[in-house]
Design a protein around this ligand. Structure first.
Ligand code: ZN
Length: 452
């Protein structure tokens, strides 16, 4: 049995009473936490001891929306709207293959780890013919980096010739999508409590997917005990598309297809009226709030405080790196707080509310509340140890404010299931310099392939 003791840190547990311990300790054995509390820790013989002086210990963050493959297509269409940006990027994405996805996923997941993330989802929805086994490529990348991973088998089956937004070359046949989804579940889905990998199903959006695929994907997911994910109410263009094509709002449309409930989470949910906020709350549907991406594309800002007030589980997401070049989950915590206050006033969200969205909120959205999201005995040892005794933070009185409002602090240690993934700002499982070179080469190759 391997035991680690972290002592003398400011411990933010996010437990039911939101206990915090200045100079507290945490003990973990193998992959689970066995003790958390104030003062010095019990020191079992042979334990690894981590000196937490000058550090803040938090639960690891949960990223609830991402498109990992976009890491190699960053910095394009930088001043465009969502529909303009998508139209420019679809032809580039049409060129992705296993190598491109593996490189992109390695880069994106490494940066998530560097910014406090211990569990990430992915929403992969571009499967070009001949591109190879793209889901396998990203799963291999997640294993190497060491993050807990919830990849969504995404899909698009509504091409331009049928009235959708994406070009026909990047959409798939509905039966092929459903067969590939079932195959992904058979190969990789692990429903066990300590699971490192769970599959979800995720048709992309109302303007790139048919209602039939939405319905059948929901049936398959519920038959196999999987969660469902999609983009919803991201922009006013999407609202116009749904009103013209279906005569209702995006939420009313997906609600009519069976796409609300505690097993469903939406990315964005920006454009909602009061009835929409209430409907999401009463159905137990979750939301992945992606403040930086929404601001980058000028889409608007979700009513995160209203959603939380309506009882909605709200997690944070960086969204794809092509619409959030930073890809930093800690930055989402800060932006969630700042944008909520810019929109709703100083009481809209506290610094601890923002941290809660990144931890407990994300765990609830992914259906992992029993396992992750807080530092409590019995939960998985997924945690982040931030150094806050340097120049940028040392004199900020409240350690949580130092993390949320201050500069991104050095990450001394990131553990996933007790295993070190980041030490002193270095991702242990990858060579970051080599990865940066490879990502650049893949980016250039994709642009060449697209005739750019
Ligand atoms: Zn997205």
């Amino acid at each position: 049995m391997s035991t680690t003791v972290i002592e003398d840190a400011h411990v933010v547990t996010m437990d039911g009473g939101r206990a915090e311990y200045a100079g507290g300790h945490l003990v973990l054995e193998n992959d689970r936490i066995t003790a958390v509390g104030p003062g010095p820790a019990p020191r079992p013989e042979g334990a690894r001891v981590v000196d937490g002086r000058g550090c803040l210990l938090t639960p690891g963050f949960v990223n609830t929306h991402q498109h990992l493959y976009q890491w190699v297509t960053r910095g394009l269409a930088v001043d465009a709207t969502l529909f303009g940006w998508l139209t420019e990027l679809y032809p580039v994405w049409a060129g992705i293959d296993e190598h491109a996805v593996h490189t992109a996923a390695s880069g994106a997941l490494s940066w998530l780890a560097r910014t406090g993330c211990t569990t990430s989802t992915d929403h992969h929805y571009v499967f070009p013919t001949g591109g190879g086994d793209l889901l396998a490529a990203e799963i291999e990348a997640a294993r190497a980096v060491g993050l807990r991973f919830h990849p969504c088998r995404g899909s698009m089956d509504l091409g331009r010739s049928a009235g959708g937004l994406p070009p026909d070359e990047v959409v798939e046949d509905r039966d092929a999508v459903l067969a590939a989804s079932a195959d992904a579940v058979d190969r990789w889905h692990d429903p066990s409590p300590g699971s490192m990998l769970r599959i979800a199903l995720a048709p992309c959006s109302p303007f790139s997917v048919t209602g039939e695929l939405m319905r059948e994907a929901a049936e398959l997911a519920r038959d196999r005990g999987l969660r469902l994910h999609t983009h919803l109410a991201e922009t006013l263009d999407e609202e116009d598309f749904c009103r013209e094509r279906f005569g209702c709002s995006p939420l009313e449309y997906v609600d009519s297809l069976g796409w609300t409930g505690p097993d469903v989470w939406f990315a964005h949910a920006v454009h909602l009226d009061d009835a929409g906020v209430k409907r999401i709350g009463e159905t137990g549907t979750g939301v992945a709030h992606c403040p930086s991406s929404n601001a980058r594309l000028g889409a608007g800002i979700a009513r995160s405080a209203d959603l939380r007030g309506a009882g909605v589980a709200v997690g944070l997401g960086v969204d794809g790196a092509a619409s959030n070049e930073a890809g930093s989950l800690l930055e989402e915590v800060r932006h969630a707080l700042l944008f909520a206050r810019a929109k709703g006033g100083p009481q809209a969200l506290t610094v601890r509310d923002a941290l809660e969205m990144a931890t407990l909120g994300g765990a609830a959205v992914l259906g992992r509340s029993g396992d992750i999201g807080s530092l409590e005995p019995g939960k998985l040892a997924d945690l982040a140890l931030w150094r806050i005794d340097g120049l940028p933070h040392a004199d900020i009185a409240d350690p949580v404010a130092a993390l949320v409002l201050g500069s991104p602090p050095p990450l001394d240690l990131l553990l996933v299931g007790g295993r070190p993934v980041v030490e002193r700002d270095h991702v242990l499982g990858v060579d970051e310099d080599a990865l940066a070179r490879e990502a650049t080469a893949v980016h250039k190759a994709l642009l060449r392939k697209a005739g750019r």
